[in-house]
Design a binder for this molecule. Structure first.
Ligand code: ADP
Ligand code: ASP
Ligand code: MG
Length: 405
């Protein structure tokens, strides 16, 4: 019998009525002849509230204890959904991440799934039960609870689908698919029928919060097709799968933005590669992820180095630089009021002039650009945070994404 994995996000299970609606949908899927594994997130804003509760106690709560706390959100949802499905007469069992065989590394709050031992889930399916697995959480080899980073239930669902060789992983959320831009920012954003894994990975990594990037990565590696669709309608949504080159007509598929950035400039540092090595290896050893990097003035004895980090990593980055040999003498400028706006499209590789068109659109609206980075399938610009929504909208318009040209 074919297996389907369905993941329901926090807004889809936010209250009793919504939990009952999800239960009915799950039972309908069983009636269609599938073995169903359901992955659920914590209800509504539960995870945010738990984080606030922790912060009210401590500025820097131990990460292990944060995981112990955050994992409770998903445990509530699995139990309630199991009760709802049971009330409809369908045999069901809920499992925590650990019971579901989600084994992770030891990086609390951003753990990576190492392995999914699907034995228990398979055994429960064979008994004719729907299996509900708590999203976002896993267990280390020493039996500690971990969580997978914000949005991590998506990754749980895809990893479970890969382990069970499921036919499909359906991601049910509060929008009816992946759009050419966040529909909350761009009113005429267009729903995409299909998106290539590579494009989706870029969109997700560059701030489109609809899917956790790691989920797309796992799906691409194991060839799991993902169907992103609405919990509140039966219409088909967006298929994420391998799209072959002949099917690609457009150069730009979507626009994404990320306001969780801080720009750090080290002005007048010695212009030599050893300094670059010292700065970035020190940041890496402190676990700071550096994103965009630009160095100017390399022909002179001194240069200006600018890079971006997430806002959470900003202080660690500044402390690390201050601790470097000579670091106290550098002029360090940090700017939090920035955001990254990116255009993404696999068709870019074969279409010159895409970056020029983006700069033209931003310049026509007098939106300053501080840093640029590119890959084969994206162009990203760092802009003032106050202009980031304008930047998303003008890029969307310039590339006529509402019309899918
Ligand atoms: P869930 O709670 O179901 O996991 P999320 O809030 O994590 O849902 O993700 C869904 C949200 O992602 C949407 O409400 C939408 O505002 C946002 N989003 C950002 N970029 C896009 C995009 N390109 N297409 C669709 N939704 C997007
Ligand atoms: N509940 C977690 C979060 O809010 C995981 C998820 O929703 O995917 O980030
Ligand atoms: Mg999400």
């Amino acid at each position: 019998m074919a297996i389907i994995v369905q993941k329901y996000g926090g807004s889809s299970v936010a209250d009793t009525d919504k939990v009952m609606a999800v239960a009915r949908r799950v039972v309908d899927t069983v009636m269609e002849g599938y073995q169903v594994v359901v992955v659920v997130s914590a209800q509504g804003d539960t995870t945010d509230s738990l984080i606030q509760q922790a912060r009210a106690i401590s500025e820097r709560p131990p990460k292990r204890e944060m995981d112990m706390l955050l994992a409770t959100g998903e445990q509530v949802s699995i139990a309630l959904l199991a009760m709802a499905i049971d009330s409809l007469g369908q045999p069901v069992i809920s499992l925590t991440g650990a019971q579901g065989g989600i084994m992770t590394d030891t990086q609390h709050m951003k753990a990576r799934i190492r392995e999914v031992d699907g034995a228990r889930i398979s055994a429960e399916l064979r008994k004719g039960q729907v299996v509900i697995v708590a999203g976002f959480q896993g267990m280390t080899s020493t039996h500690d609870i971990t969580t997978l980073g914000r949005g991590g239930s998506d990754t749980t669902a895809v990893a479970v689908a890969a382990a069970l060789r499921a036919d499909m992983c359906e991601i049910f959320t509060d929008v009816d698919g992946v759009y050419s831009a966040d529909p909350r920012l761009v009113f005429d954003a267009r729903r995409l029928n299909q998106v290539d894994y590579g494009e989706m990975l870029e969109l997700a990594s560059l701030g489109a919060m609809i899917l956790q990037p790691r989920a797309v990565e796992v799906a691409a590696v194991y060839g799991v097709p993902i169907h992103v669709r609405s919990s509140f309608s039966r219409k088909p949504g967006t298929m994420i799968r391998e799209v072959n080159a002949v099917e690609r007509e457009i150069s730009v598929t979507g626009v994404a933005s990320d306001a969780n950035c801080a720009k750090i400039t080290l002005a007048g540092i010695p212009s030599n590669v050893n300094v670059l090595h010292n700065v970035f290896s020190a940041l890496a050893s402190e676990g700071v992820n550096v994103d965009m990097i630009v160095q100017a003035g390399t022909a002179s004895p001194t240069a200006d180095l600018t890079f971006t980090v997430t806002r959470e990593d900003r202080q660690t980055a500044l402390d690390t630089i201050a601790g470097l040999e000579g670091g106290q003498d550098w002029d360090v400028i940090c700017d939090d009021d920035v955001a990254k706006v990116s255009i993404v499209g696999a068709g870019m590789m074969t279409n010159p002039g895409v970056a020029a068109k983006m700069f033209e659109a931003l310049s026509a609206e007098e939106i300053p650009v501080f840093v640029v980075s590119t890959s084969e399938i994206k162009v990203s610009c760092l802009v003032p945070r106050s202009r980031h929504q304008d930047a998303v909208r003008v890029c969307h318009k310039k590339f006529e994404l509402h019309a899918g040209k």
